[in-house]
Design a protein around this ligand. Structure first.
Ligand SMILES: [Zn+2]
Length: 579
């Protein structure tokens, strides 16, 4: 579908160095967006490309898969173009005249990192929409949005006439567009103007305390970093409720959160929303402006490996647990429960014995973002293991009279405020100034799988990491219902199921000769048996095997050690300050 006839005329003779970008959302029922870009090239061989990934989400998405009807015009005359690669094009020009590029993008992917449009809402991540024009990356870009009648458009950029102005392509791509019939409210953090955009209210309405809680969490984040929000007077927090979903994406001047409608009104769910808000807000410092050197600047055309992702996400994930407490909305016991849950996930991930933290970050592009249930056996998330590493660093730094917050603030002052990228050496060097031994230990924790001293660290605080035995016998199988069949999606390494030679992809047909049709029937069929005969189908052939369960661990929890010494309790009290 082409939108040429619908667009408001832009006169190419008006063009200066600014790249004009127009988004046409006026046929939302088609879920298609008309895009027009206009600029004057500086070279007769003009190349342009669509980003292949979205900053903050480290996997190649090939946004170009949603693009069609691309045409280039000089004045009213169409120019032949050549495709250099899946996401890259070229035109050879006789003269440097103003150009108009028109194309259409299908927007049906409702995530924080892609584009979505329907008759009620537009949620657009511009990495999937706007071309990088060679020679124009650092030119100013002007954005205009043609929206259906009565829609309001929210963009975290400075207004320019009827549209918005971005200092360069990076600033534009980093500015999500939300449009529809929803409104926003203003709030302040550290005296700076912020905007809260709420999309799709739940039937019982948004929690009354939400705005005050958001303000308190954002203020706590500023206290952690010891500065006012670096976004200044322009920050937009967008929360969109979905039937199911959880996700967030950070930007320089905004964050976009997707959250489950059903989780909003229970205490755990609401606290996790506050944690997510704090997580994305902290990214305003850590990863957006305090950025691994490999991402200064972003290369939108390819996957760029950086081990710094463990620091960007692990440190942020550690502190997001603390924000409800620091904001006065939770207590110490609840924090220990949340931290214990995170540490439990790490301890129950066999992949931590195979993949190091640094490797997990470097392999994000091909592993974490492509994970399956079976991935837990040979990989570990740099979010969870990174948060656990932050915990170990913080406790040991507290013990040495410092804190992780002090290190984070120092790195912010030495690199973040100056826009300098950081590497491992910068971080290790900073820690070395506080504790030589810890700097050496960090290198080991980063490079050696399963080297993190979690139990010892908990013990320093007078806490115990205690395993909870599983109620049911442990088989080591993870199953899912696929097209009416019960299919094995994970066989835990070393588990009874693996010893019985079941593999991922097997369909479970029966247990002890009894047909298995519903997942919920399985525990009843397995219970009270020392050995169960299982009938399965593999590549269309039936087979049988016997599985002998063992006792397992469901969960690890962090609990107070009643015999903790005064020294341990004092360190624990200092650690609970977090700032
Ligand atoms: Zn994050």
């Amino acid at each position: 579908m082409v939108f040429r006839g619908l667009r408001s005329p832009l006169n190419p003779s008006d063009l200066s160095d600014t790249v004009q970008v127009q988004l046409d959302l006026r046929q939302p029922h088609t879920q298609s967006i008309g895009v027009r870009m206009q600029w004057t090239p500086t070279t007769q061989r003009q190349v342009w490309q669509l980003p292949v990934w979205t900053p903050g989400s480290y996997t190649v998405r090939d946004h170009v898969q949603h693009l069609h009807s691309l045409r280039l015009f000089a004045g009213s005359s169409e120019r032949p173009i050549r495709r250099l690669g899946p996401s890259q094009w070229l035109v050879d020009l006789d003269q440097l005249e103003p150009l108009t590029l028109d194309y259409t993008v299908t927007a049906r992917d409702l995530t924080v990192r892609t584009c979505y449009l329907d008759p009620d809402v537009a949620a657009l991540c511009l990495a999937g929409l706007v071309m990088e024009l060679d020679g124009c990356r650092w030119s100013s870009h002007a954005l205009s949005v043609l929206a259906p009648e009565h829609w309001q458009v929210h963009v975290p950029l400075d207004r320019l006439g009827d549209g918005w102005s971005a200092a360069d392509l990076d600033a534009l791509i980093d500015s999500p567009v939300h449009a529809g019939r929803f409104s926003s409210t203003a709030f302040k953090v550290a005296g700076q103007d912020h905007e809260l955009v709420l999309i799709d209210a739940p039937p019982s309405g948004w929690p009354e305390a939400l705005q005050a809680d958001v303000e308190a969490v954002c203020a706590a984040t500023c206290r952690l970093m010891g500065t006012a929000p670096p976004a200044g007077d322009r920050y937009q927090l967008v929360i969109q409720l979905l039937e199911r979903g959880y996700g967030g994406l950070e930007h320089d001047h905004s964050s976009v959160l997707h959250y489950s409608r059903t989780d909003l009104h229970n205490p755990d769910g609401y606290r996790k929303l506050l944690q997510l808000i704090g997580h994305e807000y902290l990214h305003q410092w850590n990863v957006r402006r305090l950025r691994p050197l490999e991402y200064r600047p972003y290369d939108y055309s390819r996957a760029v490996v950086s081990e710094g992702l463990w620091f960007a996400e692990g440190i942020t994930s550690y502190y997001d647990l603390t924000f409800p407490l620091l904001a006065g909305r939770s207590d110490r016991r609840t924090l220990l429960k949340d931290l214990g849950d995170d540490l439990s996930r790490v301890l129950l991930t066999p992949g931590r014995q195979i993949q190091s933290l640094a490797a997990s970050a470097r392999e994000a592009w091909v592993k974490l973002y492509k994970a399956t249930p079976a991935s837990r056996d040979d990989q570990v998330s740099y979010y969870g293991l990174g948060a656990a590493t932050a915990f170990c660093l913080d406790v040991r730094l507290r013990d040495a009279g410092s804190s992780l917050a002090i290190v984070l603030r120092a790195l912010w002052q030495s690199h973040g405020v100056h826009g300098r990228g950081y590497g491992r050496g910068d971080l290790v060097g900073l820690i070395r100034t506080h504790n030589q031994e810890l700097a050496d230990a960090l290198a080991e924790w980063l490079d050696d799988p399963d080297s993190l001293p979690l139990h010892e660290t908990a013990s320093m605080l007078g806490l115990d990491l205690v395993p909870s035995p599983s109620k049911d016998p442990h088989h080591g199988l993870t199953l899912s219902l696929e097209k009416g069949c019960i299919v094995v999606t994970r066989v835990e390494a070393g588990s009874p199921a693996q010893l019985a030679e079941l593999v991922v992809g097997d369909e479970l047909i029966a247990v002890e000769g009894l047909r298995l049709r519903r997942m919920e029937d399985l525990p009843g069929l397995l219970r009270h048996r020392e050995t169960s005969r299982m009938t399965y189908a593999r590549r269309g052939r039936l087979g049988e095997t016997s599985v002998s369960p063992v006792s397992g661990v469901d969960h690890w929890q962090l609990s107070w050690d009643p015999g903790a010494s005064v020294q341990q309790q004092e360190l624990r009290d200092r650690w609970f300050e977090f700032l």
